[in-house]
Structure formats: structure tokens, C-alpha cells
Design a protein around this ligand. Structure first.
Ligand code: URA
Length: 198
């Protein structure tokens, strides 16, 4: 029973362990025509609870970096490779990533972003289909195919990396600022997002 309505998966039972561990399917959020799309790995406990990607501690780091780049969360699309919370926050399995890939391809195709930013090793490897040493490769721009289309991808460390290794924070913030520039969003926002912070 797999079902997608527009950008949202409403029903899916392809991964038995995830069906067991999730309390809901966590779909992407943000404009359906966003120029900038962030791709994470899979929902964690907070996301499973709230029904939205990146609402826990990693999400706060991402929000801070977006704000510093002059953007608000509402300006960008945020989604995950896998839409259901894995048990004990383990990495999604190859088969689970494969099961969810069609939904992601559909979301990419409909949103058609100017730039995709992969947040961490798992989404980077998933899109590039090779091993990625993310700490070394963060900041690189590559083209990746998903479904029938090719997308411009900027590789980034996961925001959680900045929490256990403070020295990664500056690089992460720089990558997000670069993403705002490359997607054209840095010039097109009217400054409201940053004004709202005062
Ligand atoms: N980490 C992810 O990769 N995705 C989320 O939605 C939250 C944390």
C-alpha cells in the first residue's frame, strides 16, 4: 500500500522495521517550488513526534545557519532520504533507502530546485551513489541524477556534526551561506526574515 499525493507520502508499508518504529510518515516541508532544497537522512525522535524534518537539536543548528545566511526556514524546502524514523536512530538500511527513493525522485521532480544541499554522509552517498568522506568533501559541488533528472548538489556535513565537534561549525555555516548565494536566494529575499529577528 504505497500512496503519494503531490509531494506527500500518505501511506507506505514497504519497510517492516520502519513501520514498527515510526509513529507517522514525516514528509518534506517548505515551498513546493523552492530554489533551495536540503536533504537529510531520516527523521529522529523529535521529527517523528512533530511530523516535520529537522525540528530537534540539528534543526536548531540548521535554522541558525539559515538565519545567518539571511534566510528563514520557510524560504527553503527540507526533506529526508527516508521518511520514517529508524529504530534507535540507526542509519537507514540500503533497502530502506531504495524503497523511499521513488518518493524522493518525485519530490525533486515537482519542486525542481536550483540547488540541493546534502546534510551529511548518508544523503550524499545516496545521491552520488558512491562512498563519500563527507568531512573532506563538504563544500564540493557535483551533479547527481535522481529519477530522470540531474540536479546540482552542494555537499555539506550534517548539522549534528557541529554539536559534537565545535570546529565544524564555521565550515557548516559557510556552506549554508554559499548555498543561499548559489541558489539565488541570497539576493531574492526581501530581508524580512532577518528583520524579524530583531
Ligand atoms: N537528522 C536528519 O538527518 N533528519 C532529520 O529530519 C533530523 C535529524
Amino acid at each position: 500500500m504505497e500512496h503519494m499525493e503531490g509531494l506527500c507520502v500518505t501511506d507506505c508499508e514497504q519497510c517492516p522495521e520502519l513501520v514498527e518504529s515510526r509513529s507517522r510518515i514525516v514528509n518534506g516541508v517548505g515551498p513546493d517550488d523552492a530554489d533551495l532544497l536540503f536533504l537529510g537522512e531520516a527523521p529522529g525522535a523529535k521529527e517523528d513526534e512533530g511530523g516535520e524534518p529537522f525540528v530537534g537539536r540539528s534543526g536548531s543548528v540548521l535554522d541558525d545557519a539559515l538565519r545567518e545566511a539571511g534566510l528563514a526556514r520557510a524560504d527553503v524546502r527540507i526533506t529526508n532520504c527516508v521518511r520514517c524514523r529508524p529504530p534507535d536512530n540507526r542509519d537507514p538500511k540500503t533497502e530502506e533507502l531504495a524503497n523511499c527513493r521513488g518518493y524522493l525522485a518525485r519530490e525533486f521532480e515537482l519542486v525542481d530546485p536550483e540547488l540541493v544541499v546534502t546534510l551529511g554522509k548518508v544523503p550524499s552517498q545516496h545521491l552520488l551513489d558512491r562512498n563519500v568522506a563527507i568531512t573532506n568533501e563538504a563544500g564540493s559541488i557535483v551533479d547527481a541524477r535522481l529519477g530522470d533528472e540531474s540536479y546540482r548538489v552542494l555537499l555539506s556535513v550534517h548539522p549534528a556534526a557541529t554539536l559534537y565537534d565545535r570546529s565544524q561549525r564555521e565550515g557548516f555555516f559557510e556552506t549554508i551561506a554559499r548555498a543561499a548565494d548559489l541558489s539565488g536566494l541570497a539576493d531574492s529575499t526581501d530581508g524580512q526574515a532577518s528583520l524579524d529577528d530583531f
